[in-house]
Design a protein around this ligand. Structure first.
Ligand SMILES: Cc1cc2nc3c(=O)[nH]c(=O)nc-3n(C[C@H](O)[C@H](O)[C@H](O)COP(=O)(O)O)c2cc1C
Length: 355
């Protein structure tokens, strides 16, 4: 039996296989509310057989959105808009999860398919002034973000906690905290974007403080029976930046706060890093964190082939794989992978005549 199709249990939640839908922004929300697009997009991936269907980076506050079209969870109406989706995903035997996020200095930008990507949306077009640990812009040409006060920092940690409560009400069975890709929490972690001189900047301890406070605030609300993931950028791919060693130490501390799995991505803190992207290039991060921090990990990035995914698991480098673009190209990737690996996986009864 392929390990890819063996179940994985974390706390009280059982995943029917090790194929997870990686969070993917759809830029299709209205005032942060999920739309029919999300129902069909996420529902299709559940029908396609992925064990975990993760909703895109979902902002804990309006100013935490990457774009005005981003998903949000800052009111009960947002939770209600997800309820139909979580119900359908569960009916297919998949686990509905959601990634909670704050975009920090990379907020208020247009969707990637619109002109001017990488530039702020102007206030008259629905944009806002981003906040960040320090007033350092992401790239030349970006206006500097506003440096956060201690009050802002406390508020963000509380907003993550409140969003966790709404996620529970919406029917989600898994939360992921987005601490990667150059968004707010990663900006605190990396010395390249955090030049603060208070309790949230300088030493590793101080730069990691917000991530720990958020994990704690979320775990207070999120029930013990349900798993909590964290996505990290394991390295900035820049000398003097956040690195694998720091990620291993942070993973140990997050584990002590009740985090169950580290989703190992990398990069996106600075625009011009040299990244050797290619098949499975981030898998060694998942392997190192799994080994050194003794915590389950998931691998992500250019995983496209069933045998490749199986090898990652069989060699003990990760406990699960997140797929993003491969699942955009083919929502039925898990059903096709089962055939390729000789695993006997049930199809939706409605589709049996096509098997
Ligand atoms: C359309 C799109 C949207 C994405 N949005 C998110 C997101 O909301 N949160 C996140 O952590 N990563 C996001 N990513 C990154 C993916 O989750 C994934 O880490 C990356 O695409 C590498 O995996 P892949 O090679 O399987 O595509 C996005 C990627 C794509 C293609």
């Amino acid at each position: 039996m392929a390990i890819l199709f063996s179940p994985l249990k974390l706390r009280g939640t059982e995943f029917k296989n090790r194929i997870f839908v990686s969070p993917m922004c759809q830029y299709s929300s209205q005032d942060g509310l999920a739309t029919d697009w999300h129902f069909v997009h996420l529902g299709s991936r559940a029908v396609g057989g992925a064990a975990l269907v993760m909703v895109e980076a979902t902002a804990v506050s309006p100013e935490g959105r990457i774009s005005p079209q981003d998903s949000g969870l800052w009111s009960d109406a947002h939770a209600e808009a997800f309820a139909k989706i979580t119900r359908f995903v569960k009916e297919q035997g998949s686990v509905p999860g959601i990634q909670l996020a704050h975009a920090g200095r990379k907020a208020s930008t247009p969707p990637p398919w619109e002109k001017g990507q990488g530039r702020l949306v102007r206030p008259e077009d629905g944009g806002w002034m981003p906040i960040a640990p320090s007033a350092i812009p992401f790239d030349a040409g970006y206006p500097g973000p506003r440096e956060m006060t201690l009050r802002d920092i406390r508020l963000v940690a509380a907003q993550f906690g409140e969003a966790a409560g709404r996620a529970l009400n919406a029917g989600f069975d898994l939360l992921e905290l987005h601490f990667a890709h150059g968004y707010l929490v990663h900006e605190f972690l990396s010395p390249l974007s955090n030049r603060r001189e208070d309790a949230y900047g300088g030493s590793f301890e101080n730069r990691a403080r917000l991530s720990i406070e958020i994990a704690r605030a979320v775990r207070e609300t999120w029930p013990d029976r349900l798993p909590l993931f964290v996505r990290l950028s394991a390295t900035d791919w820049v000398k003097g930046g956040w690195d694998l060693e720091s990620s291993i130490e942070l993973s140990r501390r997050l584990k002590a706060e009740g985090v169950d799995l580290i989703d190992c991505s990398s990069g996106a803190l600075v625009p011009h890093a040299q990244i050797p992207a290619g098949p499975g290039y981030q898998v060694p991060f998942a392997a190192a964190i799994r080994r050194e921090a003794a915590i389950p990990t998931a691998a992500v990035g250019f995983i496209t082939d069933p045998a490749q995914a199986e090898t990652i698991l069989a060699t003990g480098q990760a406990d699960a794989v997140f797929l993003a673009r491969a699942l955009l190209r083919d929502p039925y990737w898990p059903l096709h992978a089962a055939k390729a690996l000789g695993a006997d996986v049930p199809w939706p009864v409605q589709y049996l005549r096509a098997r």
